[in-house]
Design a protein around this ligand. Sequence first.
Ligand SMILES: [Zn+2]
Length: 341
Amino acid sequence: MRAQVLHQWGGEVTSEEVSTPSPGPGEALVKVEACGVGLTVLNCMKGNMSQRPEDLPRIPGHEAVGRVVAVGAAVESPRMGERVLAYFYLFCGACDLCRAAHEPLCRNLRGNVGVACDGGYAEYLKLPAENLLPVPEGVSPVAATAIPDAIATPLHVSRRAGIGPSDVVMVVGAGGGVGIHMVQMARLFGADVVAVDRAEDKLKAVRDLGARAAVDFHSPDIAAALRSVAPAGISVAVDFVGTRETLAFCLEHLGRRGRLVLLTTFPGVATEVAPRLMVREELSILGSRYASRWEVSEAARLVAERKITPVVSETVELARVGELHAKLRAGTLLGRGAIAF
Ligand SMILES: [Zn+2]
């Protein structure tokens, strides 16, 4: 089969012919129809999630969608022919946290799809059956690539931060793959949204998707703009950029009972927190790690019911995925990209 293969953590993928995998007991084989391309894939390729030499060579891509074409022994679900999407974390299913539907916190985590096992940058993908969840009728394969991470992660954030009516949610990095769906999810949970990003096309897109205001992070009057939208401060800040600069910016603009949600895992990044301010304003800082399988299924339902619009702005064929990587690195891709077969 054709695949894009990574030979070195921190390197770029190359087009290759590799042998098609066959499913063992408890596994299923999927003929890939589309696979999401976003910054998380680039983080995986960089070795930010894990960089064990024994995991190389590796086929990246965790947001895969396709049809089940073969199943191994003892697989009841998914069924042959069913359209499925991939769940990102290789969880055990047996520990206390898995049983409580906190699979990303699994005590026996084996790693991630596209890092510890091959992903969807290929014609076929073999995964444990429990990592394959059904795609609802009426959702196209390309649209579905946004569900398992770019839409499910904002659903987890919204539940974790208790977003609701009367909240003003600030999304930093709002035009990116996860950010653009966070804007929609916060609106769906009843909040007002202030979107922060850089390029004008991204700011316009998030305004069109329901952000009450969209401001340029480098604009000199960004503080004044935020005060005019949220005079009492921001109630939830969601930082998808995760630099020292954006973290300090988010903390500075939180209002009373404000919650800062962290999602990035860049090594070595830290920020200062003043206990005096945290106590006086009752601020909270919350880490948010991916989403449960239930949340991924709920995200799929929200897309099928047209409550969330997947934003996949550009699709390419498998051999041209490097072009999308270049756009992501340059910060010029709106929302998600995808490979389409
Ligand atoms: Zn577990």
